[in-house]
Design a protein. Structure first.
Ligand code: F6P
Length: 533
């Protein structure tokens, strides 16, 4: 059944590949209504996507054939949807209201989640109000969050998105193994008033442990002799014994049913709960929970994560578009593309099915992006006139400032998405130049350069403001979209074996660099010679 649905989607996409998006509004007067929706307070417009009405119907049929609704139920029911690791995937349980009950592989978990939320709240509030103090008894005024990948990107997006412009509590992030990152994060901080939070699901990640050791040394060096530096080191992990062995005075743990890149709803965001305040963190959870409810309750044809996933599948597998760009038009969301890169490419950048069979079609596109309008002055040239069609997601914020300055932002976003769709013919380009006083020869010569093919798809997602609630909803929207894509492609979105080979080769390169005999190729040997020998 799914094979038929795939074949049908590909046939319709092939047939309609030259259909003009702008004309679809005339052919289907309901298009705007059909393809716009409100989900958890976000307004989402998929009407500038490439699908025709039949294309959309074929995509929805694929969702039914791939049993998206049953797979969604399995996820929320705590079944082992992470098939390769035999784990449930229950980030929605972390943001659910207390009355909701979840189980992981049949074991009730909600009571434990709530108890942990209370412990986190007490700790975050204690640090914030000064009742929990550092090794010399001084209250904290800064947090250094050490972590990488899923233990970094989510909390970083949240902090950057929501932090007060003049925070009374500083939160700094260290991810990179390059000491420059750490040095920058520690610059100007008072070691006596700095709380260090080491975040690592496995507590084995090379970069995180190297940074954690270096920051611990910084504390030991800078604090008065005999100070109990452990009081200033907290661990967040699924392996609490390892954090304790490292010397964390306090450890917040989370379970294996929380995937790293889906973990920002857990103690992984302790730094944000401290820096932003507990109420803000709770509103973030509430925004995500509202999106969970939408995802669970809305019918497929009005379901935001489902439609966004289907639009992507239509572009990738129907029309061969293997890249997508993301442009948030709010400076505070500038880290969002980096967050999405991990969420989507680590989840779905895979080439075998859940049962290990080769996937015969393209899967996750290359995701890249930049805050608007900066991106317009960088890669948008390629989006408008390059040979690849790169679908774009515009994240637009109705109000970012109180003085109307955001109009510049959203006007640009709307202009770009419209320009991508309508383009400009060679004739129009020539006429425009003639009207502007160019001579005929120059107008003809330059017209091809000023021609825009148009018909390039985009999605618009509109937030009223960047608030904890809207940001929580936005992140959850992309989480669920990523999951639905995994279902459509038959991918397990919740493992990441693809990062392991690089880690083990790095170990042999390090050992070769220190003189051990390793079986390396001539190019790598030569590079090593160039670097160290
Ligand atoms: O190496 C990839 C990865 O495992 C990501 O999946 C994860 O988010 C990141 O590293 C950090 O892992 P950890 O939280 O275990 O330190």
């Amino acid at each position: 059944m799914a094979d038929n649905a795939w074949a049908q989607l590909q046939a319709v996409a092939e047939r309609d590949k030259d259909a003009l998006i702008a004309e679809q509004f005339t052919f289907d007067p309901q298009r705007l209504e059909r393809l716009t929706l409100t989900a958890a307070g976000l307004y989402i417009d998929l009407s500038k996507q490439s699908w025709t009405q039949q294309g959309l119907a074929a995509a929805l049929e694929l969702a039914r054939a791939r049993k998206v609704e049953a797979c969604r139920e399995a996820l929320f029911a705590g079944q082992a949807v992470n098939t390769t690791e035999g784990r449930a995937v229950l980030h929605p349980a972390l943001r659910a209201s207390p009355q909701k009950q979840f189980s992981a592989l049949g074991e009730p978990i909600s009571e434990g989640v709530m108890a942990q939320r209370e412990a986190l709240k007490a700790f975050a509030t204690g640090v914030r109000n000064g009742t929990i103090t550092g090794a010399t008894g001084k209250p904290f005024n800064a947090v250094v969050h050490i972590g990488i990948g899923g233990s970094d990107l989510g909390p970083r997006v949240v902090w950057e998105g929501l932090r007060p412009r003049q925070p009374e509590f500083l939160v700094r992030f260290v991810a990179n193994i390059d000491p420059a990152d750490r040095q920058e994060a520690l610059a100007g901080l008072d070691p006596e008033t700095t709380l260090v939070i080491i975040v690592s699901k496995t507590f084995t990640t090379l970069e995180t442990l190297a940074n954690a050791e270096a920051v611990r040394e910084w504390l030991a060096r800078e604090l008065p002799a005999g100070a109990d530096i452990a009081r200033q080191i907290v661990g967040v992990t699924a392996r609490p014994q390892k954090a304790e062995a490292f010397g964390c005075s306090r450890t917040f743990s989370f379970c294996d049913w929380v995937g790293g890149r889906f973990s920002l709803w857990s103690p992984v965001s302790l730094s944000c709960a401290i820096g932003l305040g507990w109420e803000v963190f709770e509103q973030l959870l509430a925004g995500a929970e509202a999106m969970d409810e939408h995802f669970v309750e809305a019918p497929l044809e009005k379901n935001a994560p489902v439609l966004m996933a289907l639009a992507q599948i239509y572009n990738v597998d129907g029309l061969g578009r293997t890249a997508r760009s993301v442009a948030p038009y709010a400076y505070v969301l500038r880290r969002f593309p980096a967050y999405l890169q991990q969420l989507e490419m680590e989840s779905n950048g895979k080439r075998v099915t859940r049962t290990g069979q080769p996937i015969e079609r393209m899967t996750c596109p290359v995701v890249f992006g930049e805050v608007g309008s900066n991106g317009q002055h960088a890669f948008f040239q390629q989006l408008h006139q390059g040979p690849h069609v790169v679908p774009t997601e515009f994240i637009i914020v109705r109000q970012t400032h109180d003085d109307g300055a955001e109009q510049q932002l959203w006007a640009n976003a709307l202009a770009q998405s419209r320009a991508l769709m309508v383009g400009q013919s060679e004739e129009a380009a020539r006429d425009e130049m003639l009207a502007a006083g160019y001579n005929e020869a120059d107008a003809v010569r330059l017209a091809p350069h000023k021609t825009f093919p148009g018909n390039r798809p985009s999605t618009a997602i509109v937030l009223d403001r960047v608030t904890p609630h809207t940001l929580g909803a936005l992140i959850a929207l992309f989480e669920h979209k990523t999951f639905v894509e995994g279902v459509l492609w038959d991918i397990n979105s919740f493992d990441q074996w693809g990062v392991e080979l690089g880690k083990s080769v790095a170990r042999s390169v390090m050992s070769a660099a220190s003189g051990q005999k390793e079986d390396l190729d001539p190019s790598t040997e030569a590079l090593l010679d160039h670097l160290v020998r």
